[in-house]
Design a protein around this ligand. Sequence first.
Ligand SMILES: Nc1nc2c(ncn2[C@@H]2O[C@H](COP(=O)(O)O[C@H]3[C@@H](O)[C@H](n4cnc5c(=O)[nH]c(N)nc54)O[C@@H]3COP(=O)(O)O)[C@@H](O)[C@H]2O)c(=O)[nH]1
Length: 646
Amino acid sequence: MFVVGSSRDRPGDTVDCRFQRARGAMVQARTRYFPCVKPLVVNKTGASLKAFEHTLLRTLAENVPHRIYAKDLDGRFIFANGSVARGMGVSDPAELLGKTDFDFYPPELASVYKLEEQEVLKHGRSLLNHEEHTRYLLLDEKAWLITTKVAVRNDAGRIVGLVGINYEVTVQKAAEVALQAAHKEAAEAATRLQATVARLDLEMKERQRFEQELRRQAMHDSLTGLPNRALLMDRIEQAIKLAQRCDHSLTLLFLDLDRFKLVNDSLGHAAGDELLRVVTRRIGRLLRSGDTFARLGGDEFVLLLRSPMPANALADLTNRLSRVVAKPVRVADREVSVTCSLGYSVYPQDGEDATTLLKRADAAMYGAKEEGGNRVRCYTLDLISHAGERLEVETQLKQALQRGEFLLHYQPQIEIASGRIVGVEALVRWQHPTRGLVPPMEFIPIAEELGLIEQIGEWVLRTACAQAAAWQRSGLPAMRMAINVSARQFHNPALESVVAQVLAEHGLAPEQLELEITESLSMKNPEESIRILASFKALGISIAIDDFGTGYSNLAYLCQFPVRRIKLDRAFVHALGSPSSSHVIVEAIVAMAHKLDLLVVAEGVETVEQRNQLLCYGCDELQGYWFSRPVDADTCGGLLQKQPWI
Ligand SMILES: Nc1nc2c(ncn2[C@@H]2O[C@H](COP(=O)(O)O[C@H]3[C@@H](O)[C@H](n4cnc5c(=O)[nH]c(N)nc54)O[C@@H]3COP(=O)(O)O)[C@@H](O)[C@H]2O)c(=O)[nH]1
């Protein structure tokens, strides 16, 4: 049993239904109401059920928006609902009955329908949800339909006609077509976009490669492929930052080929270029990873050694560099061999920025060239050529005295006969605020130029004499204090009175002081030297000729010099280690000095062999590392207490 609608409901209204299932359960549902019949109660007897079905189907066929029709085996309409009639341009479905599609459609379209329907009618093959594009007869408009055609069979199962149903999907189709078109367009746009992206990507990569190449070219030397000055400066700055963080040093080596111009001028630039390339390859093989090897241009190369290099390792490297550069090179069918000059500066003592370090390594290299080339030089203060820097050092040097930055080291002189220290030489050092202990050869020449040497010399005289007096007061035996006298000091008439005054101040006997003047200074103006030396002798002060053998002594004058000692230059002593004419020279100098009643002090004695040789040749005193390096006053005092030594 079930109830459909009520007398109050209008067609299309929604109504609530209640169904009772076979097993008795009631089901609540909601549906639309169509007044096919008056509200009625249907029982389960066959007759009324068939009538109900018929009514139901007709109601359905008349009211659904789909076109529903039925045809016989000849394609004649035997049923059509209102939608079919409207679609075919007639007002009443009854007008269609008994007619075929050929009565309404153009023959070509009607034939298509007929063929389709023949398939259904002959073989019983349903045409399900077939999509067709057809034309409204009435409006002459194209429309999309979904059509289903199904064979109708009688009770015996024979096909007696067909039933068709179709509904319009023009809007959906248009949307679908539009969507497909949009998809297609989107896909095409995506493809175009992909192509554009790929092209841009390619262009970008090419641009990057190009820029990279430009950067590489801007940072490298085209002849050798080595980093150029710009890249080198950058690497030095980076290395300095790292060195600051790790608190270590850096070495910058400047290498310049000696007489490279000659190769270029005589064999041509191509030969010069080839030589540079070969030298580059050879040097490159000696470097460690992390080092930078750059070419600044011409025959100028720079090596940045990133990690700290102990002095012996650096010496080993510079030796090997000189060797590989000097190996013959075959260019322009000729065998060419060049040497190189090397100069180096060290971070941080020689400079704290890339420009200064490079400038100083360059200055050191020039120093090596000026000394004849084919050698290595480290940067020293006296190499400063830049006016600004020079001024800075000069200012610092002027202040050094007031700031108490000078100090003296003392190096003992041993008398061979007694084995005792009979004298010490006072050697000045500058405790520079940033560079550490600066050796005298780096600042004495500057002090000489500036006229500061007299003040420094007087300070040395006073400090050395005060030290000699202090040692004496402490009970040590009286011994000689030797000090170096520069050219300006020597020619300053005031020196004599200053010396006399200082000796008196400290209660030292004049013979306890020895003034060392170089052989070249004494021989510059020998007559004047004789006069000055005589006045010192008159005071009782002892005089020694320093670096003897390196200048050009006029023996006639030498006999007249009121000197007590000559100091045999360390170059002769050094040469004693090898078979050379030095043996003869040393022996001759000692013999000559003794004949002139002079004593001989050998400088720079470093080995026992040298000492033995000097002993053989009758040398009187020895000074050198073999016994002691120059040491501070306390250490020297300790040495003086432990006598005799040899
Ligand atoms: N006007 C002044 N000149 C001075 C003064 N103090 C030093 N000087 C001059 O500087 C020169 C270099 O001195 P320094 O660097 O101190 O070198 C001395 C010794 O360290 C070095 N020496 C000594 N023994 C050895 C050795 O065995 N081997 C070796 N390679 N070197 C050694 O020799 C220097 C001392 O030489 P000398 O004076 O010739 O005796 C120095 O030569 C002075 O000219 C100063 O106060 N005023």
